[in-house]
Design a protein around this ligand. Sequence first.
Ligand code: HEM
Length: 83
Amino acid sequence: MVHDEPEGSAGELSFERDIRPLMRDKDRASMLDAFDLWSRADVLAHQDAILDQLRVGHMPCDGAWPAERDVIFSRWFDGGSRP
Ligand code: HEM
């Protein structure tokens, strides 16, 4: 899946449009015992652990995201984590 860099300011990033599509079926299935990566509420509740795991490249388990994807994630958080 190629995910274009979303346009606009951090405050315009949306979970449904910009963040959830980053999470593959197998990401969600693998993490569902801990939390639901397709749930905005769950992602917010685990945001620090998620940002840490992404930044060190420990997650996703089958290979780190390209840096620009980590940036989209932290921009969404910094922009107020809109639905
Ligand atoms: C196929 C993909 C994935 C697999 C197989 C997987 C598997 C695992 C496993 C086995 C753990 C627990 C032990 C460990 O830390 O290694 C873990 C922890 C974690 N994973 Fe994943 N994961 C995947 C994708 C992701 C993605 C895409 C994210 C976030 C965007 C994520 C976020 C986390 C976090 C935050 C933890 C720590 C949970 C805690 O605080 O207890 N994982 N993952």
